[in-house]
Design a protein around this ligand. Structure first.
Ligand code: JFZ
Length: 465
């Protein structure tokens, strides 16, 4: 009896030891469950502000009196500006009107739920104080202020998640970085042998800087890697390990080269239907990321609202960009348009934040019956842009971008309908049954000609057929 007792106690003690060890060991960040947990806030957020800001805001699309076509932040590459010449821009970096609080306030007014800013773009210049490279805002400019420190503090104050874009592979300032063939020759030989000290660059600048971002700026919501040239699985994994060790909750976008938490689509590319994997589209408000003084072709509030709801109805996030000017001001037209969408979201946000994808799909478009190809050579889908559906448990949000025909026939479903009303003012919408189909009689003129949301409350959490 005594022996049994002792054995029992020993076993219990061993069990306690094992379970306490399990409680202390950090959870494995590479499991699907850990990824889901990391993505929770992101799926709720849906709409973020991308900020491309750097030395390229000074030339703003023009070098020595000549226009350089293309993206503003690519000017060094497009006009083949030698490092020694481009570096001189640091002397002019003095954005006296930069106000981190004002930027975060604008994002909040716009209804955006996270911010991602370029900590270092392809030109290699860091917007933060860095021990790994003196080519940064604190050590190389008269301004001396750490932009990211100020932005991180403002975001902390407003409860706004902050992430950093980091160009891990292209760095046109460094002889070992990828991309600068005008100063340093090609990255690879014709038979794809690496020609530069790329490893030296990764270990000497990129990896240390990513570590700095994850240790000096509070909680980092995500790191937005980009253009993974020569990013082997092994190299990408080194970056992932830095993140998972220093801040296991930080998300990795889809352009590291491996181990991303979600898919990043092509720039401005919205898929034609619901996607299986979680995704985000990076997109511009005009036609450039970094500021260009000649690009004033802004997307209207209605276009932005449509894209946002379209994206949510397909199960993704919208990361919408602004390119502040060299004085630190975000172009006024972009601010105005974003704030207009923000006012719409104040009233209609339930249809967007945390909302699920459409259970239908026919509203999104149909493949060209003639088999036409689009500009990218893909099968052309002819979009239908009249309305979109987003969901919350027990609710379907029909967002109309054009005044619907009365009566509007709801897509087929088995669920009984409990209640139908306009989201903005709660006013009931008349619903009838005709030949087994639900028919809405939506009031005309339509409540909000930009986008009117009609909520259909259904029996049960999800649509059944
Ligand atoms: C990259 C950058 O080169 C650009 O300057 C900007 O920062 C943008 C957000 O990202 O450009 C890309 C990267 C990937 C694709 C297109 C443009 N893509 O996959 O289609």
């Amino acid at each position: 009896m005594k022996r049994l007792h002792t054995a029992l106690i020993t076993a219990l003690a061993a069990l306690a030891l094992v379970s306490s060890a399990a409680a202390q060991a950090p959870p494995d960040p590479y499991t699907p469950e850990a990824r889901e947990a990391r993505l929770a806030w992101f799926k709720q957020a849906k709409y973020g502000l991308f900020i491309h800001w750097g030395l390229y805001a000074i030339p703003a699309g023009e070098w020595k009196g000549k226009r350089c076509l293309g993206l503003g932040e690519w000017i060094m590459n497009r006009c083949k500006v030698p490092v020694k010449e481009y570096e001189l821009l640091t002397r002019q970096w003095n954005p006296t009107k930069f106000n981190a609080d004002a930027w975060v306030q604008m994002a909040q007014d716009a209804g955006m739920k996270y911010i991602v800013i370029t900590s270092k773009h392809h030109d290699g210049f860091a917007l933060f104080g860095s021990k790994a490279s003196r080519y940064n805002v604190v050590d190389a400019t008269p301004f001396k202020r750490d932009i990211l420190k100020e932005l991180a503090a403002a975001c902390q104050k407003h409860g706004m998640p902050l992430g950093f874009y980091y160009s891990q592979s292209q760095d046109w300032h460094e002889p070992g970085g990828a991309g600068n063939d005008w100063d340093f020759g090609p990255d690879e030989s014709p038979d794809r042998k690496e020609m530069k000290d790329y490893e030296g660059y990764l270990r000497g600048k990129a990896e240390p800087q990513v570590r700095e971002l994850l240790t000096g700026y509070g909680p980092v919501a995500l790191i937005w890697f980009d253009t993974p040239r020569m990013m082997t699985k092994e190299r990408a994994q080194r970056f992932a390990d830095i993140l998972r060790t220093l801040q296991p909750k930080t998300l990795i976008d889809g352009r590291l080269g491996a181990a991303g938490d979600y898919v990043s689509t092509g720039d401005n590319v919205i898929p034609s239907g619901v996607q299986k994997n979680y995704w985000e589209v990076p997109a511009t408000t005009n036609h450039t990321w970094g500021y260009r003084k000649d690009d004033t072709d802004w997307k209207s509030p209605g276009e932005i609202a449509f894209k946002l709801v379209d994206i949510v109805s397909k199960g993704g996030n919208y990361l919408l960009n602004v390119g502040p000017m060299s004085d630190g001001i975000i172009p006024q037209a972009a601010q105005d348009n974003l704030r207009s969408v923000g006012r719409w979201l104040k009233v209609n946000g339930e249809a967007v934040y945390g909302a699920g994808a459409s259970p239908f799909g026919e509203e999104m478009g149909e493949p060209s019956a003639k088999g036409t190809k689009d500009l990218r050579g893909q099968a052309l889908v002819l979009p239908h842009n009249e309305w979109r559906v987003t969901t919350q448990p027990g609710k379907l949000y029909f967002t109309f971008f054009q005044e619907p025909r009365a009566p509007f026939v709801l897509p087929e479903m088995k669920n009984a309908i409990k209640r139908v009303y306009q989201l903005a003012d709660g006013k009931a919408v008349e619903v009838k049954e005709e030949n087994g189909r639900h028919v809405l009689n939506i009031e005309r003129p339509i409540l909000d000609p930009m986008a009117t949301v009609v909520v259909v409350e259904i029996e049960g959490d999800k649509v059944e057929w």
